[in-house]
Design a protein around this ligand. Sequence first.
Ligand code: BGC
Length: 464
Amino acid sequence: MTHGSHTHSVSYVSLVSIIAAVAGLLFGFDTGIISGALLFITKTFPVSTAMQEAIVGSVLFGAMFGSLCSGKLTDTFGRKRTMLIIASLFIIGTILATLAGDIAMILLGRIIIGLAIGVGSYTTPLYIAEVAPVQIRGKLVTLNQLAITLGIFFSYVINYAFIQFDGSWRFMFAIGVIPAILLALGMFFLPESPRWLVKQNKIEKAIRILQKLRNSNNVLPEIHDIKNTLRTKQASLKQIFSAPILSVLLLGMMLGLIQQVTGINTIIYYAPTIFQLAGFESTTSAIVATIGIGLINVLATVFAVFYLDRLGRRPLLFAGLLGMTVSLTGLSLAFYLQLDITKWLAVGCTFIYIISFAISLGAILWLVVSEIFPLQVRATAMGFAVFSCWFWNFIVSGTFLTLLANLGPSLTFLLYAVLCVLSLVYCYFFVPETKGITLEEIENNIHKRLPLREIGQPIYYAVD
Ligand code: BGC
C-alpha cells in the first residue's frame, strides 16, 4: 500500500528535515576545516607528522565510535532527544578545541566533535526517512548530504579567508559553534519520529504527529502498516545476524565501504596537495581550485536532491560510478604522462569525479541505509553500516599519503579506479531500487526473502 502525500504538508515536513540537516552542515564543516586549521596549529604547537595525522584522524576515530553507540541512543532516548545530545557534544567539543592550551586538549575536543559527527551522520538520515512521505523521501533525506557539502564548502572558504592570519585556527574552529547552537535551538521544533513512537507503544502521540506531518487526518493506514512491521520478534543481535537480515546488513556495510574506498576523501581532505603535485605552484591557486571543488560538490548535490526520486537510485548510481571510474583513470593518465597541461587535466578530472560522486554514492549511501533495514533492527543495523563508512574513511584517508609516497600519484589513482569498477559490478547485482516504495513494503519484501536487488519492488510486482 502506498499512501498519498498532501502537497500543503510538504512545507512542514521540509522544515523539519532542514532543521535535522543542520547536523549534516556540522559534519561537513568540521571534517573540512582541519586541512586549513592544521597549517596554523603546527605553528602554535610544533608537532611531528604522526601527531598531525592523529589530529586529522581524531575526528574520524570519534565518528567511528559514535556511530556504534548511535543505535542504542536513538532507540533508548528517541530520535529527537538524540539530536540534543549531538548538538551538546558539538558545542562542548568545539569549545575545548577552540580554547585548547595544548595538543592533548585539541585531540580531546576533536574526538568529542567526532562523536557528535558519528551520531549525527546516523541519526539525521534515519530521522528524516522516518518522517518523510514516500514520494519525496529521497529528496528530503538527501538534504542531509546537501548540508554536508555546504559545510565542506564553507570550511574551504573560511580556510581561505584566514590563510593570512597566524593563530587563526582558534577562530576557524570557533565558527562551528554557531550551527551547533542553531541545531540545539531547532531541536525544540522537531517532532519525535512517529515510527519510534509506535515502537514505544505511544500510538496516540504518533497519530497526532503523523497527522501534522502529512497534514491529513487519514493517517491510520500508515500507522497500521508501521504496527504490522513491529509484529515480528523483538530485535536482538541474534536476529540481526540471521538470514534474511544479515544479507541486508552486509549490503549496508558494503555500501559504506564502497563510498569510501573509491577515494572521495583523498580529494575532499587532500585536494590542495593533489593540485600542487599536478603542478600548481602557489598554495593560493591550489586552495582556489579546492574551493571550486567544494562549490561543484554542492551544485551536483542539488541536482541529486531533485532527481533521485524521479530517475531512481540505480540509474544515478551507475552513471556516477562510471563517471568516477573514467575520471580517476584520466587523473592517473595525466600524472603518468606529465604533459604541460597535466595540471588542467587534473583539475578537469577531479571536477568530473566530484560531480559523479555527488550524484551517486554521496547521496545514495545515506539514503539507502536509511531505507533498507526493518524497523525492529533499523537502529542497530544502520549503526553497523555507518560504522563501516567511518572505518573505511579512517583507513583510506590514513593511508593516502603513504600510497602517494610509495606508488606515486598515477598508480594510486589507478587503484581507486579499479575499486570503482569492482564497486560498479557489486552495485549492479545487489543494490535495490527503492524509489517510490514505503519502508514497510521494503521490509515485507525482506521477510519474504526476495533477492536483495528486488526488495525495493512494490509488492504487486514481486514474484518469487
Ligand atoms: C561522505 C563523506 C564525504 C562527503 C563529500 C559524504 O557522503 O560520507 O566522507 O566527505 O560525502 O561530499
